[in-house]
Write a protein that binds this ligand. Structure first.
Ligand code: IMP
Length: 200
């Protein structure tokens, strides 16, 4: 089975590959430099995932999967949410995004339950410009500081998933890829892939 993943984020591609396993050949947009950046102008993960899947599947044949994901922090009323990638500006690093988030949390003096947060991932699968289905995965946890660990990407060093003491960046990749928002969404997609492949 072949899938195109509508991303140039090598971390996302690697996680999706690991979660789907060897039965699925994955290519991402690094193989297609001619495809331009898709503007994520939606107001929800679902809207943005659909925008990306539609745009790329208009350009490339076959099944295209787009992942839109991010971190929602209760004390920040769900921020950074859909703005997770651009939270500290267009060209900021993961370290700068984490620093901004921790600054915002200290401004509101978030303690205990107010540090609750969740990662959310919505996957949209499309073919020929039409969305076939969307799937959502969520993992709850809390924000810790200072950042810890070197695995993963993004906000992983400050997120401790429920049931663990370690951050996503400290846990082995296989553990994150078993319990993460992305893993949950991908498992739902995986269950529907045989049917989706038969359609169209
Ligand atoms: P997107 O490419 O617009 O979906 O941006 C997602 C952003 O959310 C990433 O750049 C990260 O900052 C954050 N994010 C999404 N998933 C994860 C994850 O699994 N770990 C850490 N950060 C994540």
């Amino acid at each position: 089975m072949e899938l195109i993943v509508a991303t140039r984020n090598a971390h996302k591609t690697r996680e999706i590959e690991q979660i789907l396993g060897s039965g699925c050949a994955i290519r991402d947009l690094t193989a297609y430099p001619e495809i331009s950046e898709i503007s994520e102008s939606g107001t929800s993960f679902e809207e943005n995932a659909k925008l990306k899947a539609i745009a790329v599947s208009r350009e490339l044949p076959g099944l295209v999967v787009a992942d839109d994901s991010g971190l929602e922090v209760d004390a920040l009323e769900g921020a950074p949410g859909v703005h997770s990638a651009r939270y500290a500006g267009e060209n900021a690093s993961d370290t700068e995004r984490i620093a901004k988030l921790l600054r915002q949390l200290s401004k509101v003096n978030a303690k205990g339950d107010q540090r609750r947060a969740r990662f959310r991932c919505v996957l949209a699968i499309a073919r020929d410009g039409h969305v076939l289905a969307t799937f959502e995965g969520v993992v709850g946890g809390k924000i810790t500081e200072p950042p810890r660990g070197s695995h993963g990407f993004g906000y992983d060093p400050i997120f401790i998933p429920d049931g663990f003491e370690e951050t996503f960046a400290e846990l082995p990749e296989q553990v994150k890829n078993n319990i993460s928002h992305r893993a949950k969404a991908i498992r739902k997609l995986q269950a529907k892939l045989p049917t989706l492949c038969g359609e169209g």
